[in-house]
Design a protein around this ligand. Sequence first.
Ligand SMILES: [Zn+2]
Length: 396
Amino acid sequence: MSQPTTWDHPEPLAVSSAPVPHYGTGSLADLLPTLAAGMDVPGMSAAIPELAPADRNCVFLIDGLGWEQLLAHPDEAPFMSALIGSSRGDTGRPITAGYPATTATSLASVGTGLPPGAHGLPGYTVRNPDTGELMNQLRWQPWTDPRAWQPYPTVFQLAHEAGVHTAQVSSPTFENTPLTKIALSGGTFRGKLSGEDRMDLAAEQLAAGDRSLVYTYYAEVDGKGHRFGVDSDAWRGQLMYVDRLVQRLAEQLPPRAALYVTADHGMIDIPFDEQHRIDFDEDWELRAGVALLGGEGRARHVYAVPGAQSDVLTCWREVLGEQFWVASRDEAIAAGWFGPTVDERVYGRIGDVVAAARDDVLIVASEREPRESVMVGNHGSMTPAEQLVPLLQVRS
Ligand SMILES: [Zn+2]
């Protein structure tokens, strides 16, 4: 007679084995404070000391262009590849995005200069402790008071108050979104549809002040990666295009300027089979005791029904084995996944169980998340492919 065993589930991974983002020494949250400190904005400190101060600083954020993907495609990105290890300064090293490696979280880290545990956008979807509902951090649904959700000033606002000319040059559709308001506001938002127009305007804005801080953004590398994969023709085409955008901006830098090219996260392609795509909606073991499933396929927040927290943790560990780092909320916080501290208002937004993918696997939810569940390229976790993002530098 067979005994109940977990023979098909390997040992769970120790939470402490997860490669935690480099908060405070080399993460996205450290970039703008370092640049602002170099422009004498009060209260800012240079956490990335090798970035020499400049009077005019521009950050170009390429959505979804991870460090490893850039390294793997030098032919499609000759300009950016030449900046890696270039002799023109301390350029071309990766920094970490932050956990989870997802757009809403990373944009908030960039703009506020704070890790997710402080700015409070610790996932793609997270539970709002006040309503008990899931909230989508990218689309801001359902609507929630932005200032209560993320009360800290942005680095742009602090720089603007200190007399630095600040501007954000992005898609017009983002001008009035809550995410822009809480992460990127301060100074002037300028919307331009074409990438070329954005580069030209960013250069113009950079020259518009003696001291200036300008942010610009391009989305479609991420978009094509999600739909077709990070090695697809469509993705490669986007990489070639964005490489030319970087060059276009670099060639227009005004005097005393520095351009930093970075990204909000990398990406990893996930095969389409049941081994690599575990369907939460079809898996009674993973569903047991779960009230809400948040996050995304490679970075799950699991909210248990009251009293079931430890059962859910045990079950997720057994089912997922070595494929995921599975932590209780307190373990994840203590291990520093969300930064050195987690604000009280943010605590309940984090799952009772937090599951971060280690292998090329996903926890999809075919019924709850039909659109997200069919994406080729994915991101969110702490693997180098997702977590490491470029920090390339061009100085005039
Ligand atoms: Zn994405």
